[in-house]
Design a protein. Sequence first.
Length: 291
Amino acid sequence: MLLRDFAILVFVCLVWASNFIISKVALTELHTPPLFFSAVRFGLVLLATLPWLLPMPRPRWRMVLAGLLMGAGGFGLVSIGLMTASPSSAAVVTQLGVPITALLSVFVLGERISWRRGFGIALAFFGAIAVMWNPGGFSLSFGLLFVVASAFASAVGIVLVKQMGGVQPLQFQAWVGLASMVPLAAASALIETRQIPLALEAGWSLAATVLYAALAVSLLGHSLFFRLVQKYEANVISTLTLMCPLMAIGMGVVLLEDHFDARMAAGTAVVLVGVLLILVSPKQGGRRPST
């Protein structure tokens, strides 16, 4: 991977890491219904990218499905999960998307993983778990089931994106916005109550969080990520995003004075070694030959 592209991915991970904290504040402290929050978020994404909506990329079914999975699936389900799950536990569970993406990239895309890159994937994954796992405080909640579903949806969405060609990032974001906003808004209208009064009570604080989530996290972050997914193997990109939860923990330590001990430091070192192995591993000749 080029150093410039790696720097872009680091920036994307930093933006996504901040999203865990901002979304948790919007959902629990500002009491925003999660489906409504996600619908407004993707409505803003659609509004910002409306000039790029047409012509619709083909195949149309794949475009709509990829947009739905990476939008409503990737972010909408996490928003529901964060209502009861802590950001740390949610960050742990989202890493299930890494092995899911790696497996799908092998069986669906025909990508091959060298032993060195596979070892790097394993190191990065288990190192991240070591950093975030707290035996005394980690417990399964109903919200984490939605986070698991989000990890699977995002993994499938990444694979679908890899199978599409000629789609520009802003065009893709426009369809993510449309494919996600419509079902999320419909679900919010059917299930949730007092969305508008609660939003008015939250005022500018909610406006700031939803604007950041839409423009920085979804529009900018996902557009940059989309370019990288098209350029590099899916299992490589998904594994390097393990930096995201580590950054979330780092931000908590620096900004909120969260606890950081030797176990977490060792886990961080293991992740960095795994990332280094992924970066220096030679490419394995692309796809498997068909039989």
